[in-house]
Write a protein that binds this ligand. Structure first.
Ligand SMILES: C[S@@+](CC[C@H](N)C(=O)[O-])C[C@H]1O[C@@H](n2cnc3c(N)ncnc32)[C@H](O)[C@@H]1O
Length: 226
């Protein structure tokens, strides 16, 4: 199964009963599609495009150690991990409830090369330079201490390793910015300050040997080499 199919099939791992969050992430339920279109100005094609870009730093034939932070419910990544048999996967999240859902999803998908850790991205419980890939999807706009998160994800990555993923950036879409400021932030889903695509490119280029940032509406996708 190729990567596009893996992502497209993500909704199937919800067993056809995606909750609101999973339905939104996988563009698979009526309320989820409405949020994607109204808040993010994304249809199914754009949604698929940003997820594919975010995951493009994880080769389909990858073998090595991968850290995902934050894993959330694992709805976007478990379909991908199902095909990565040669990878030693570690998934970290602050929320035990999110981890419980992701763990159950891994069991259902028959993934056994995976470990789940409850923890804080700002103080990762891992040795320096211990992962070949650090994947971070939709996390940095939620993390309260972003500087610590940038520092820690860099610290645990091996030299030559890949840091990749995606998160919200401001000024990509004015309507998205309005919803973030007036709804997501007051509810505590997102935490300021936010990057722009340009500020993120500048930051990552200064930290990493190579860094590429692209954007789909208000979602930036990044891929860096340490
Ligand atoms: C929007 S979800 C993204 C989850 C998943 N990567 C996805 O794309 O569906 C954000 C996640 O960040 C986690 N989180 C927030 N602050 C964190 C922290 N300091 N350390 C680790 N995880 C954190 C939350 O528990 C939540 O699961």
């Amino acid at each position: 199964m190729n990567r596009k199919e893996q992502i497209r099939n993500a909704y199937k791992l919800t067993g056809g009963h995606a909750g609101f969050y999973d339905g939104m992430m996988t563009y698979s339920t009526i309320p989820g599609k409405a949020v994607c279109r109204i808040v993010w100005n994304m249809d199914g094609e754009k949604n698929l495009r940003y997820i594919e870009k975010a995951l493009s730093g994880v080769p389909e034939d990858f073998a090595g150690r991968l850290l995902e932070v934050p894993v959330g419910t694992g709805v976007l990544t478990m379909p991908v991990y199902r095909e990565l048999k040669e990878v030693d996967i570690t998934c970290l999240d602050y929320s035990p409830d999110m981890i419980a859902v992701a763990r159950q999803r891994a069991v259902t998908a028959g993934i056994d090369n995976i470990a789940f850790v409850q923890g804080d991205v700002g103080a990762l419980p891992f040795e320096d330079e211990s992962f070949d890939i650090v994947l971070s999807m939709n996390g940095f706009h939620a993390f309260p201490d972003k500087e610590a998160a940038y520092r820690e994800t860099y610290r645990v990555l091996k030299k030559g390793g890949t840091f990749c993923g995606c998160f919200y950036v401001q000024k990509g879409n004015a309507r998205t910015d309005w919803f973030i400021r007036h709804l997501y932030q007051p509810k505590g889903f997102f935490t300021a300050p936010y990057e722009t695509k340009e500020s993120l490119q500048k930051r990552l280029s200064a930290m990493y040997e190579a860094a590429e940032v692209t954007a789909v509406e208000g979602m930036a996708c990044f891929r860096c080499t340490k």
